[in-house]
Design a protein around this ligand. Structure first.
Ligand code: DAH
Length: 345
C-alpha cells in the first residue's frame, strides 16, 4: 500500500515538471487532488484496512497530499510569474514611436464670415432671423414691390418650382416675411442671413447659389444717415478701421431712395489697384430706405415710421477680406483651400 502511495507521488511530481500554464496546472491538481482523484480514492479505501493499519496509512496519504499541494502551490507561483513576464513583454509599448497625427477640421470660410457679420450686428442689438429657401412668389417678389410682369423680375433670373413657389432669389424674401410677422409691432431690428438661388452661369464672380445677409431696421425717425453709419461701422469692423463708405444712387423696387454701397479699397487704401480696378472703391452691397408700399403691404403705417434695409453678399465680403479670387473655391471643397482658414478661427 505504502509503495502505491510513493508511486503516485512520483508520478504526480513527474507530470508536474511538464506543466507550463496555469490551466494545465489546474487540470493536474484536479486530476490528483480532486474529489475523484487517486488520493481521495486511497482515503476511501481506508475503511477496508484493519484498525491497526489505518493510522499509519492515513498519515502517509496525508503527507503525500500536503506534499503535492505544496509543490503545486510553488509551481503555481512560478507559472504566474512567468505568465506575467510574458504578458508584460507582449504588451510593451514603444513610447518613442511617433504617433498618428489627428486630422483636425476647421470652420468653412463662409461660416466664419457669416458668424463674424452676425456678431457685429448682434453687438448692435440686432436679432438674427431665418426663412425658407423654397419661398412663395408672394414674399420673394410681390411683397417686395415687384408684381407679376414687373421688369425688375428680369434682374434676378429665377428657379421656379411652380406658378406660386420658387427658390428665393434674395434674402429680401425674409425681410418681407419678418415685416408681416411683426404684426405692426415696432421697432424691428434684425439681420437675415441665408442661401439664395439664381439661374446664373457660374464663373469666377457668379454662382447659381450664394449667401446673402439682409439687414432691416424699422422704427420712428429712421434716416439714410442711420443706414450710412451702420454700414460704415460694419465695414470698419470687417475690413479695417480706416475703411470708408460711399453711396451711389441706384434702383431697387423695394427701397426709395435706393443706393449702391461702395467701401474704400482695403488693399490700396483708396489709391487704386487691381482689386478695385484702379477706382479706389469696391461695390459691396445694395441698400436703401424701405419703400412705403412695402411697409404698407405688411400693415405698417408708413406715415408714422420709416426703415432702412440692405442686402450684402457674404461671399463678396469674404472674397475681399480673405483675398479669394474665385467664388467657386467656396463650393468645390478642396481641403487645401479650406485648411488655410484655420488661422481665422
Ligand atoms: N435684394 C437685393 C439683391 O439681391 C439686395 C438688396 C438691395 C437688399 C437693397 C435690400 C436693399 O434690402 O435695401 O440684389
Amino acid at each position: 500500500m505504502v509503495n502505491k502511495i510513493q508511486e503516485l507521488k512520483e508520478k504526480a511530481l513527474k507530470e508536474l515538471e511538464t506543466v507550463n500554464s496555469a490551466k494545465e496546472l489546474q487540470d493536474l491538481k484536479v486530476l490528483y487532488l480532486g474529489k475523484k482523484g487517486p488520493i481521495q480514492e486511497l482515503m476511501m479505501g481506508m475503511k477496508d484496512l484493519s484498525k491497526e493499519e489505518r493510522p499509519a496509512f492515513g498519515q502517509a496519504v496525508n503527507e503525500v497530499k500536503s506534499f503535492l499541494e505544496q509543490k503545486m502551490e510553488e509551481a503555481r507561483k512560478v507559472i504566474e510569474e512567468k505568465e506575467l513576464a510574458l504578458r508584460l513583454e507582449n504588451e510593451k509599448i514603444d513610447i518613442t514611436l511617433p504617433g498618428f497625427k489627428m486630422e483636425q477640421g476647421n470652420l468653412h470660410p463662409l461660416t466664419l464670415m457669416q458668424r463674424e457679420l452676425e456678431d457685429i450686428f448682434i453687438g448692435m442689438g440686432y436679432t438674427v432671423e431665418e426663412g425658407p429657401e423654397v419661398e412663395y412668389d408672394l414674399y420673394n417678389f410681390e411683397r417686395a414691390n415687384i408684381p407679376q410682369d414687373h421688369p425688375a423680375r428680369d434682374m434676378q433670373d429665377t428657379f421656379y418650382i411652380n406658378a406660386e413657389k420658387l427658390l428665393r432669389t434674395h434674402t429680401t424674401a425674409i425681410q418681407t416675411r419678418q415685416l408681416e410677422a411683426a404684426n405692426g409691432k415696432l421697432p424691428i431690428k434684425m439681420i437675415c442671413p441665408g442661401k439664395v438661388y439664381r439661374r446664373d452661369d457660374d464663373d469666377a464672380t457668379h454662382s447659381h447659389q450664394f449667401t446673402q445677409m439682409e439687414g432691416l431696421v424699422v422704427a420712428e425717425n429712421i434716416t439714410l444717415a442711420d443706414l450710412k453709419g451702420t454700414l460704415e461701422f460694419m465695414a470698419k469692423k470687417v475690413l479695417g478701421e480706416s475703411s470708408k463708405v460711399r453711396f451711389r444712387p441706384s434702383f431697387f423696387p423695394f427701397t426709395e431712395p435706393s443706393v449702391e454701397v461702395d467701401i474704400s479699397c482695403h488693399m490700396c487704401g483708396g489709391k487704386g489697384c487691381n482689386v478695385c480696378k484702379g477706382t479706389g472703391w469696391i461695390e459691396v452691397l445694395g441698400a436703401g430706405m424701405v419703400h412705403p408700399d412695402v411697409l404698407e403691404m405688411a400693415g405698417i403705417d408708413s406715415s408714422k415710421c420709416s426703415g432702412f434695409a440692405f442686402g450684402v453678399g457674404v461671399e463678396r465680403i469674404a472674397m475681399l477680406k480673405y483675398g479669394v479670387d474665385d467664388i467657386r473655391h467656396f463650393y468645390t471643397d478642396d481641403v487645401r483651400f479650406l485648411k488655410t482658414f484655420n488661422r481665422f478661427e
